[in-house]
Design a protein around this ligand. Structure first.
Ligand SMILES: Cc1cc2nc3c(=O)[nH]c(=O)nc-3n(C[C@H](O)[C@H](O)[C@H](O)COP(=O)(O)O)c2cc1C
Length: 250
């Protein structure tokens, strides 16, 4: 399965089989956790594998059932692009896990942050951005999982034209993949406006999770974007939007 295929099948899984993932999967995660995660220069984030068997129970307030393993996403708060960069790096691993048959869910709020902060030994300036449980999906989601999924209208995405303004097809495929990305409470805060070979990325207002959501969306974008580079420019900012970064095709 390609990562683009994985985007099509990924959905949040909150109920797992209790089995430990295969060595192949765990080795992939260990390897991923040992590499630089960032996709934007000058940033520093890291992923930490938490095996429940080793660290005891991880508190997710009943939101997640039976997850055998977790990845904590930690970033150094350097500037406003720090969580964007962390989200980009981590979502790529989420898609790779999806391609191996693992279920995942991004958790931004419903876990015990102080417990996770302790178990990953946060350094000065570091923050825990999210916790991502993973494992084999159970056939049936438990009641709370179904409730959360329904509350967030998880299956729905806003129409392309509500999110993105394009003038030709240069970025259309990449933006279609971005539109399918997960976001906190399924808010889909990503906005983009094309200017020739450049596309400027914004969020629809401010919220603690929006930069992370933007990074997750950008990792989908990156999978189908024409060759080019991310750069911070000074575009006109439409009313109500927050500018973060642009991408220029070669
Ligand atoms: C940054 C982020 C934080 C999230 N936090 C939570 C959370 O705390 N609890 C939860 O149940 N789901 C959480 N979600 C999952 C979203 O609700 C879910 O991704 C969204 O509704 C879209 O559904 P899908 O992932 O099934 O496509 C989070 C997702 C993201 C991207």
């Amino acid at each position: 399965m390609t990562l683009t295929d994985a985007i099509g099948v990924r959905h949040s899984v909150r109920t797992y089989l209790p089995e430990t993932p295969s060595d192949e999967v765990l080795n992939f995660v260990r390897d991923f956790c040992s590499r630089p995660l960032d996709r934007l220069p000058g940033q520093h984030s890291r992923a930490v594998l938490i095996e429940r068997a080793v660290n005891g129970k991880v508190g997710t307030y009943g939101m997640v059932r039976n997850a055998p393993c977790f990845i904590a996403l930690v970033y150094t708060d350097i500037d406003r692009l720090s969580p964007v960069s962390a989200g980009m790096g981590m979502e790529e691993a989420v898609l790779k896990l999806t391609a191996t048959g693992m279920g995942t869910v991004w958790l931004g709020g419903t876990f015990n942050k102080s417990e996770i902060s302790r178990s990953v030994s946060l350094a000065d300036g570091e923050r825990v951005a999210a916790l991502i449980p993973f494992g084999y999906p159970a056939e049936k989601e438990n009641f709370l999982s179904r409730f959360m999924s329904r509350m967030a209208h998880s299956r729905q995405r806003r129409p392309f034209g509500d999110l993105f303004t394009v003038t030709d097809d240069t970025f259309t495929r990449a933006l279609e993949l971005m539109r399918l990305a997960p976001s906190a409470l399924n808010k889909q805060p990503w906005r983009a406006v094309q200017r020739g070979r450049t596309i400027d990325f914004f969020t629809d207002g401010t919220s603690d999770f929006y930069p992370l959501d933007l990074g997750i969306g950008l990792s989908h974008f990156d999978l189908a974007a024409p060759a080019g580079r991310f750069e911070v420019l000074s575009p006109a900012v439409p009313p109500g939007l927050e500018y973060y970064i642009s991408y220029t095709a070669e």
